[in-house]
Design a protein around this ligand. Structure first.
Ligand code: ANZ
Ligand code: ZN
Ligand code: ZN
Length: 825
């Protein structure tokens, strides 16, 4: 591209920023000038979600995400906040390991090359990160604190090892957490169904925080509603009643949300994965149950399509009416929800209805609709409200009242009680993979499970590892596996599973506050100064994974006394996707545009302007080559503002400028960048058409634009003003200078110019324009007559309609207030 050498200007300023460390942030309380509280008001923590440094480098989605954050960090800095805006890399994970297996090298090499590449690209975008705070998950300096947190959780009973049916992805070759299974498929491999296998694994007891995670969603005032709804559904709080049934003389607690249907129970179903299932199976039924279990093998899902089961040979007693009820084992009962067994009411629950029809079990109506209903002819369950029948003393009662009343009755007789259940399950954190944080546990024949003492942390991942197969190489790495038991000094074996990489991203935002600390996980004072994150930016896809985990970690660390705040982020912002030809950019679709290529061709400022201007930051953004060109042209025009001449105070320019500052400030505050930029562009165009002194306007435009296109603005700033524009003060507006009347007058003139120019498009060869206006407006148009002449290229005469005038076509009659008539000759 000819003209301005954007690439050169950009490199120059990137180097100067770096050399002068202008984006490094300090904890102000150490300066001791103001009180802690005063200082806190003045801090601002902007963060984008911890990226995985993929081998392919920065894609357009990243570029958009970071540009959105960067503009905000710059804005807050110029507004006088002490801004923390760090970056780092979530660098453990499968892709690097798989690449290493393929090429028989070490994932560390892959990862570090990728990170280098990433940083170059991030710097090329002109992001104002405080690079001195960088962290990387795979650095022992970081993951030792993952291990430390694990030990703390272990101490507090929040970590346990259990054999349980778990989700296994063949492609990942490891188990997955519940959150990482989306519609029965692996979150990474959307084409791969997970298998359920009973395996012994490590879990974090996140369910201990279920209630707080649920109820505090209400406090997240600045989070998008849809993310909050997804979290509520995921945690799934359910109010119900726990009813005691008797089986073999023992009490079994059954969770139901419909105690009003207690008289309609005709069978029970226990989960095929219930640990006590075999206790209920009679000798006679054993064979049949075993065949059934083999056949369904892994599933235990309430949404399974084909509901199946067999009789266990046992019966339960419904203590409300002493009825004897057969117990089945079924594939549609979740083992670890409620008690893993349900009281089935086929007349009023669709799943139970299908099951009863299939196995010919009795259906008993206990809630009657207000129309006739024959049980034999029902084609589906009646699940709505109605009046109780066949229900003893409760007959005639409305079913929704009966939910309360039956529960009260059960409570009185000590046969039941109110109960709350959560769908959230404990977080399965062990992975059968190499490239993750080693779990600090040793197995000893004598002592059993022993935790690695804190002083022995970190448990290091070996550097000289060889991948010979798909298997986790730690298993065969003797010097890693064989250790002394810390308790009895006998022979022990190290755990070879590593932690889910979501562990690393669950607390990284805290480490940024104090990334070099070698003595403790972080300094409490520093963290309390910066936390919570004021603006957190990332994709919606993490609503029920990362965004739940990081809330859990924050609450746990708060309970350890390490942080004051129990919630990590005040405001969450989900940016939209970048699409091309209507679908999300992806390698598989072959519609990827590489940010570096665009930067090489047009410069980073053009790309940034495009990413922020073309669509509102929360909406999807469709790639558009024309709009890139447009951004580029605009920046050239913007740069030429410095050449604008003009003398004399113009109150209208002043009014418009002050309004612009006011509106852009409000827009940016709410991340409405595109709207702010539209206003700026309009004003720039305006400056090119108007007479008067424009220095003040140009200065303020550079300031306003500097958060979007920082390089070109530094360059322009350096021509007339001192210091970095990145550190300059954001402009203030003076409300007194905003004059609606003045601006309206100018609009009148603008409209007239447009009208004349539109006519000139149709009729050619005109030399003169005669304009007829209402008398009180005449002075306005006269004031602008020079501008009008210049912009229409005609000789112009203004007449008031009531004066003596040249008007061969009688146009003056048609004049209305604000709408002059025009005659061209
Ligand atoms: C009897 C009943 C009658 C039920 C009726 C519903 C309708 P939510 O709302 O999700 O909490 N249930 C209980 N434990 C279960 C498990 N481990 N796996 C699958 N289903 C289970 O669902 C609660 C309802 O789901 C409970 O209320 C129970 O069925 C079933 F007309 O009890 B209900
Ligand atoms: Zn997978
Ligand atoms: Zn031991």
């Amino acid at each position: 591209m000819d003209g301005i050498n954007f690439r050169k200007i950009e490199k120059k300023w990137q180097n100067r920023w770096e050399k002068n460390k202008i984006f490094e942030s300090k904890e102000e309380f150490f300066l001791g000038k103001k009180s802690r509280k005063e200082n806190k008001k003045n801090k601002f923590y902007v963060l984008e979600m911890y990226p995985y440094p993929s081998g392919g480098g920065l894609h357009m989605g990243h570029s958009r995400n970071y540009t959105i954050g960067d503009a905000y960090a710059r804005f807050k800095r110029m507004r006088g906040f002490n801004v923390l805006y760090p970056a780092g890399f979530d660098s453990f994970g499968l892709p690097a390991e798989n690449a290493a297996i393929k090429s028989k090298s070490h994932p560390k090499k892959f990862t570090e090359d990728a990170i280098k590449n990433f940083i170059i690209q991030q710097k090329a975008l002109g992001l104002s990160y405080d690079w001195s705070r960088m962290i990387k998950s795979h650095s022992p300096n970081y993951y030792r604190w993952d291990q430390w947190i694990f030990l703390k959780m272990f101490e507090k009973g929040l970590v346990y090892r259990k054999k349980a049916p778990v989700n296994f992805c063949k492609k990942c070759n490891t188990v997955l957490a519940n959150e990482q299974v989306h519609d029965g498929k692996c979150w990474r491999h959307k084409d791969t169904g997970v298998e359920v296998k009973p395996l012994e694994q490590w879990f974090f007891r996140i369910t201990k925080y279920a209630e707080e995670l649920y109820s505090f969603i209400d406090e997240l005032k600045e989070w998008p509603e849809d993310v909050k709804t997804m979290q509520r559904n995921w945690i799934g709080k359910s109010y119900g009643t726990e009813i005691d049934f008797e089986i073999d003389g023992k009490k079994w607690k059954i969770f139901t949300t419909r105690p009003d249907t207690i008289f309609g129970v005709t069978f029970m179903v226990i989960s095929s994965q219930h640990p006590k299932l075999m206790d209920l199976v009679s000798d006679r039924q054993k064979k049949e149950v075993e065949i059934f279990l083999k056949k369904i093998r892994s599933t235990s899902d309430r949404d399974v399509l084909e509901k199946e089961g067999v009789f266990t040979g046992s019966y339960a007693i419904n203590l409300m009416n002493k009825e004897k009820i057969p117990i089945y084992v079924g594939n549609f009962i979740v083992a670890d929800y409620g008690s893993g067994m349900v009281m089935a009411v086929p007349a009023h629950d669709q799943r139970d209805f299908e099951f009863a029809k299939k196995y010919n079990i009795k259906i008993k109506l206990v809630v009657k609709p207000n129309y006739p209903l024959n049980v034999e002819k029902m084609s589906r369950a009646y699940v709505d409200e109605g009046v109780l029948v066949n229900s003893g003393d409760f007959n005639g009662m409305n079913s929704s009242d009966a939910i309360e009343d039956v529960t009260k009755h059960l409570e009185k007789k000590k046969l039941g009680r109110k109960n709350v259940q959560y769908r959230l399950k404990d977080w399965l954190i062990s992975r059968q993979r190499f490239w993750g944080t080693p779990i600090p546990i040793i197995y000893c024949d004598k002592c059993g499970i022993v935790s690695v003492p804190e002083k022995d942390l970190p448990v290091l991942l070996p550097d000289n590892i060889k991948f010979t197969s798909e298997k986790n190489p730690l298993i065969d790495y003797k010097s890693f596996v064989i250790v002394k038991c810390p308790k009895c000094k006998g022979n022990g074996k190290r755990e070879t599973d590593t932690m889910d990489t979501f562990v690393n991203s669950s607390w990284y935002f805290l480490r940024y506050c104090d990334n070099k600390n070698n003595k403790e996980i972080f300094n409490k004072e520093k963290v309390n100064y910066w936390m919570p994150i004021d603006l957190y930016i990332g994709g919606k896809e993490h609503a029920c994974m990362h965004l739940i985990y990081f809330r859990f970690y924050t609450k746990f660390l708060r309970d350890l006394g390490l942080i004051d705040s129990g919630e990590p982020a005040v405001k969450l912002f989900n940016q939209g996707m970048v699409t091309k030809d209507g679908s999300v950019m992806s390698k598989s679709k072959g519609n990827v545009v590489d940010p570096l290529e665009i930067i090489d061709k047009y410069g980073a400022d053009t790309l940034r302007l495009f990413l922020l201007f073309v669509s509102s930051a929360d909406k999807d953004l469709e790639w558009d080559d024309k709009a890139i060109e447009g951004s580029f042209r605009f920046l050239n025009k913007f740069h030429d503002l410095l050449k604008l001449k003009g003398k004399g105070k113009n109150k209208r320019i002043e009014s418009k400028l002050n309004r612009l500052i006011m509106e852009v400030t409000l827009d940016v505050e709410e991340l409405k960048y595109n709207s702010a930029l539209v206003r700026i562009m309009k004003f720039v165009n305006y400056l090119y058409t108007v007479d008067g002194d424009k220095k003040e306007s140009v200065k303020n435009l550079i300031l306003l634009m500097s958060i979007f296109t920082p390089h070109i603005c530094e360059e322009m700033w350096s021509k007339n003003w001192k210091g970095f524009v990145s550190l300059a003060k954001w402009p203030k507006f003076d409300a007194k200078k905003i004059d609606d009347e003045l601006e309206k007058e100018e609009e009148l003139v603008e409209n007239l110019i447009n009208d004349i120019n539109n006519i000139l498009k149709i009729v050619k060869d005109k030399k003169k324009a005669f304009i007829y206006v209402i008398p009180k407006d005449k002075k306005i148009y006269l004031e602008f007559i020079a501008v009008i002449k210049k912009r229409v290229g005609l000789d112009v005469k203004i007449f008031a309609v009531n004066e003596d005038k040249y008007d061969p076509e009688g146009k003056a009659k048609k004049t209305k207030p604000g709408r002059p008539s025009i005659f061209l000759e």
